[in-house]
Design a protein around this ligand. Structure first.
Ligand SMILES: O=C(O)C(=O)C[C@]1(C(=O)O)C=C[C@@H](O)C=C1
Length: 90
């Protein structure tokens, strides 16, 4: 049995699901940017970002991944802010 091929197939399937969720998250982030523009609120909400990180760290089963999960969410929210900035300058 080709383990490498099987693992990659599994990663491909997970990545597909991540991409679907990523797209949904970014769509919602755009909607949030429209609300913020209407209400004249700035894009960055550092308090909310910390809450997002802490909440998701609490869901983590394998605590060895704490550091990388935190990095993942920081990067994800940076991309989200990028999309919000683009949306507001269209
Ligand atoms: O919750 C918000 O206010 C958002 O704009 C969403 C979001 C996120 O991607 O989770 C993005 C930017 C903010 O700094 C905080 C969180």
């Amino acid at each position: 049995m080709d383990n490498l091929k099987n693992y990659r197939d599994e990663i491909d399937e997970i990545d597909k699901q991540i991409t679907e969720l990523f797209e949904r998250r970014m769509d919602i982030s755009k909607e949030i940017s429209r609300c913020k523009k209407e209400q004249e609120i700035g894009i960055l909400n550092a308090k909310r970002e910390e809450e997002v990180i802490q909440k998701n760290l609490s869901y983590l089963k394998n605590k060895d991944y704490r550091f990388v999960l935190e990095g993942f969410f920081r990067n994800l929210m940076n991309l989200s802010k990028l999309i919000q900035n683009e949306e507001n300058h269209r």
